[in-house]
Design a protein around this ligand. Structure first.
Ligand code: MN3
Length: 202
């Protein structure tokens, strides 16, 4: 299988003013395209080339090129789908908000804990909200690692993730990773997160 850079379901400028158009364009057309190209090169002709990306991630811990680029490919696909234009971002509802309140006390407390995970990830990486058959927890991973990887993540199903590499925010926010997270909440596609959560409890 050859992996392809997915189109976004919105324009680069649609996440303004929270995430800037130039960062979105470079992030998708340069960074994500690079991970995609390098993943294809790393698996070409080998036994991984017939597997899905999830299967590849479950096997990649010992292979740095596949781990870094396969993670970069999947993480960014997941990240783009986790966002939407601010006018389309509605608060979490349904069983998801019930689970957030049960497992974190309140939505505000969840946001504080998630932001803390994003801020305390030293260097480059990701923060994740994960579901274990409906029980929610927060974790973070370094570089392009993610919870789907063997011997790496928490092993639970990610339902929301944020990229805290400097390339995701430095142009607009400089070293202000916390300001980036605060802005990013405005473009979270909670309807998508809710769909993922509902899938995790079926
Ligand atoms: Mn990135």
């Amino acid at each position: 299988m050859t992996f392809e850079l997915p189109d976004l379901e919105y324009d680069y400028s649609d996440l303004e003013p929270h995430l800037d158009s130039t960062t979105m364009e470079i992030h998708h057309s340069k960074h994500h395209a690079g991970y995609t190209r390098n993943l294809n090169a790393a698996i070409e002709g080998g036994e991984l080339s017939n597997l899905t990306i999830e299967e590849i991630l479950s096997l990649c811990a010992e292979n740095p090129a596949v781990r870094n680029n396969g993670g970069g490919y999947w993480n960014h696909c997941f990240f783009w789908e986790s966002m939407c234009a601010p006018e389309d971002s509605t608060p979490p509802g349904g069983k998801l908000i019930e689970a957030i309140k049960r497992d974190f006390g309140s939505f505000e407390n969840f946001q504080a804990e998630f932001k803390k995970a994003a801020l305390t990830r030293f260097g480059s990486g990701w923060a994740w909200l994960c579901s274990d058959s409906g029980t929610l927890s927060i974790c973070s991973t370094a570089n392009q690692d993610n919870p789907l990887m063997n011997k790496v993540g928490c092993g639970k199903m990610p339902i929301l993730g944020v990229d805290v590499w400097e390339h995701a925010y430095y142009k607009k926010f400089g070293p202000g990773r916390g300001d980036y997270i605060d802005a990013w909440w405005n473009v979270v596609n909670w309807a998508k997160v809710e769909d993922r959560f509902n899938s995790s409890i079926q």
